[in-house]
Write a protein that binds this ligand. Structure first.
Ligand code: AMP
Ligand code: MG
Length: 458
């Protein structure tokens, strides 16, 4: 059965996008196709041969376009960003009734490319494939990866690198920046149309623009709390990377923390540590405030918009406590104990993932601490508060995409060796399961393996 493309975004007003076919490449090669995801979203693999994944052919019912959006990048407003290297092929509605975008990322120059080449290098493409699929397996809402291909063409970054295209699947690519685009142009009609479109597509239970904001706030609060519970650092939480559907989007310089510290930053371009681990909830709320701003012309009652924004605090705090209560297997929610535990982990430089993994499996934690006596004292306090039969294994992963492992995989891929990528991908597809033969992937980096900075590589 041919893939039932059912495109809706293309029916929105012309100011929302530019029609744009992907730009063909000379010698595409398949790296990986995600068969499970294809089944899940109801697409026929036959409609996504290599030529389509590369952008050399367009499926019959696709309606390719580059979407317009604006955004605050590191706090500075840019009135026009847009899909500078991505093309939305179209939308499909899955067997679950969910509408999803299918987008080629790295598909060539568009109207929105500015100085960029519209392309992506193999490293960032495989990083997104690996980490987004790992996030999904970890239970975090995220865009997905349907396929990765190489283009056979080099892209010029600091050095020439093999070019690649990621086929990305998202509940939509609407971001806070999509609203900012029309707000900056004082186009109230466009804003009304976009709010109505986003509301109906993502939050049909919300009946008004205000309830729509409420729903987006709640989705972001839940999302960021999940990131915090896994030690995930997004790295570039600009408003154009803040999804209205509440999915994690844009795996540029993202990274998982090894040893816990709230000030941890990896991104080489985040010089002021704006997007440090511990800042993420505050930044998410700041991004939502930018969304609320765009709704002022539609809602009018500014105090109601502010009240919706402030609901983030309680929603986030409740999610955070719920998640860490489960991670620690506590008998009852205990925010003070959770915060004291995290403070101790920061002071002691404890590996975040291993700490909870060892607790979950009843293993010794003392070697994770600089001061083993601190571990003993803490453990006594924990025993008093924890439930012996709590299912901590279901919420504390054994495996996360450790930076040093990810970097090693990407380096190998740049040299044409995809075996390490396949291996790490396989391990990360079951992150809550012990895999004794691959236990080395659990380990934090040794001193000389440690990755100090990540690059978005655009
Ligand atoms: P990102 O940092 O990936 O969220 O991208 C921010 C903006 O830069 C978006 O408008 C992108 O479309 C654009 N962009 C990033 N990389 C490229 C590229 N290689 N060519 C053209 N535009 C790009
Ligand atoms: Mg982006």
């Amino acid at each position: 059965m041919p893939t039932p493309f059912d495109n809706s975004f293309v029916n929105l007003p012309k100011s929302f996008y530019m029609r744009q076919d992907p730009v063909p490449v000379s010698a595409p090669g398949l790296v990986r196709f995600n068969h499970d995801l294809a089944r899940e979203i109801g697409v026929d693999e036959g409609d996504f041969p290599l030529e389509v994944l590369a952008g050399n052919a367009v499926p019959a019912k696709a309606a390719p376009l580059a979407a317009a959006y604006a955004g605050h990048q590191f706090g500075n407003f840019v009135p026009q960003l847009g899909d500078g290297r991505a093309v939305l092929l179209g939308e499909v509605v899955g067997p679950d009734g969910i509408r999803r975008d299918i987008q080629l990322k790295g598909a060539g120059r568009t109207y929105f490319s500015r100085g960029g080449d519209g392309r992506a290098a193999i490293g960032p493409v495989l990083r997104e494939y690996l980490v987004s699929e790992a996030m999904h397996a970890l239970g975090v809402p995220t865009t997905r990866a349907l396929a990765a291909i190489t283009t056979g063409e080099p892209v010029q970054r600091e050095t020439p690198l093999p070019g690649a295209v990621l086929t990305r699947v998202a509940q939509s690519h609407l971001r806070v920046g999509s609203f900012q685009f029309h707000y900056a142009r004082q186009d109230k009609t466009a804003l009304e149309t976009l709010v109505e479109y986003a509301r109906a597509r993502h939050y049909p239970e919300a009946k008004t623009p205000l309830e729509f904001l409420d729903a987006v706030v709640a989705a972001q609060a839940r999302l960021v709390a999940k990131w915090m519970g896994l030690g995930f650092i997004h790295g570039v939480m600009n408003t154009d990377n803040c999804s209205i559907a509440g999915e994690t989007i844009d795996y540029g310089p993202c990274a998982f923390m090894d040893s816990y510290h709230p000030e941890t930053v990896f991104s080489s371009i985040d010089r002021k540590a704006r997007y440090a681990y511990g800042n993420q909830p505050k930044i998410a709320q700041w991004n939502l405030a930018q969304l609320a701003q765009t709704l002022v012309p539609l809602v009018g009652e500014i105090d109601q918009l502010e009240a919706a924004l402030h609901r983030f605090d309680d929603l986030y705090a409740a999610e955070f406590t719920r998640i860490f209560t489960a991670k620690l297997g506590l008998a009852k929610p205990d925010t003070d104990f959770i915060l004291a535990t995290l403070k101790m982990m920061a002071d002691e430089g404890v590996d975040f993932t291993l700490f909870f993994r060892r607790l979950a499996y009843g293993q010794d934690i003392s070697d994770l601490f600089e001061a083993p006596t601190t571990a003993k004292t803490w453990h006594r306090e924990w025993l008093k508060r924890s439930l012996p039969n709590a299912d901590m294994k279901a919420v504390n992963p054994v495996f996360i995409p450790r930076n040093h492992r990810v970097e090693a995989v990407l380096k190998a891929a740049e040299q044409g060796d995809f075996a390490p990528f396949e291996k790490l991908h396989a391990v990360l597809s079951a992150p809550f399961t012990e895999q004794p033969e691959d236990a080395k992937f659990e380990a934090p980096p040794s001193e000389d393996e440690r990755v100090l900075a990540t690059f978005c590589g655009t």
